[in-house]
Design a protein around this ligand. Sequence first.
Ligand SMILES: Nc1nc2c(ncn2[C@@H]2O[C@H](COP(=O)(O)OP(=O)(O)O)[C@@H](O)[C@H]2O)c(=O)[nH]1
Ligand SMILES: [Mg+2]
Ligand SMILES: [Zn+2]
Length: 279
Amino acid sequence: MTGRIIKQISNDYTVLSDSMQYVCKARGKFRNMKVSPLVGDIVEFDSENNYILKIEKRKNELVRPQVANTDQAILITSVKDPDFSTNLLDKLLTVIEYNSIKPVIIFTKMDLLKEEEKEQIESYIAYYKKIGYACFYNTEIDAIKNIFKDKISVFTGQSGAGKSTLLNHLDLDLQIKTAEISKALGRGKHTTRHTELLSMLGGMVADTPGFSSMDLTTIPAPAIRDSFADFNLYRDMCKYKDCMHDKEDDCCIKEKVKEGSILPSRYENYLKFIHERKY
Ligand SMILES: Nc1nc2c(ncn2[C@@H]2O[C@H](COP(=O)(O)OP(=O)(O)O)[C@@H](O)[C@H]2O)c(=O)[nH]1
Ligand SMILES: [Mg+2]
Ligand SMILES: [Zn+2]
């Protein structure tokens, strides 16, 4: 039978298949192959003896939370308190895109902005929308409720950005479910390794927020470049095919920044990211 691993506690994997749950063990052969099943994996399993037989190829694999096959990352981005940071947003977008995950940006705390601050933030938001990112305000609850169906989602965002607040508005049960998990495990006692996907609004969501370490140093500079969707529109017009849009001459991206078609903060952040890792 085929199913999806939705929970792991030590060596017990809960596999969901046709709305039924099977608690399975992983075979020793996986240990020999140096792979272990992950929450999110699609697996073939023996439902008689409760053994996982085969792990399907993953489309991605996150370290924290330890989840495979994540479809989308919900980026909770506060515009104030903590202040809006294009650097953090662009960094997260790069990491997420590099992992073949679809980012969805949800802006929070617009109500804390003064009128003149609002205009500036709104022009940033309009830009991110224009270059193709799905963007919402956290007040658009009904629209946000529709994005989870049939997907595995991971929440991310700075501490204090409004993740828990939004989750409570989206799914009242979820609060209870996560509270039950912490209680069952005993808060603060690191006894068992535990990851779980929770059902939410027709999809699944990881029980812990992700991408805490937004380390770009493992991402090759050309991949960082390719994650900037707005640059890709013009890159064919650069003189060099593999232009890094840095010191090269006849670089169309630099032109587009000057002329105002590319947001200057995007280009500045890009340069910081590629130079941080000394390509
Ligand atoms: N004014 C305002 N406060 C918010 C909003 N969203 C969250 N907060 C507050 O911001 C603080 C941090 O929110 P929380 O959901 O705990 O953030 P988390 O750390 O990302 O889970 C709490 O005091 C929330 O009440 C918002 O849209 N507007
Ligand atoms: Mg929280
Ligand atoms: Zn270029």
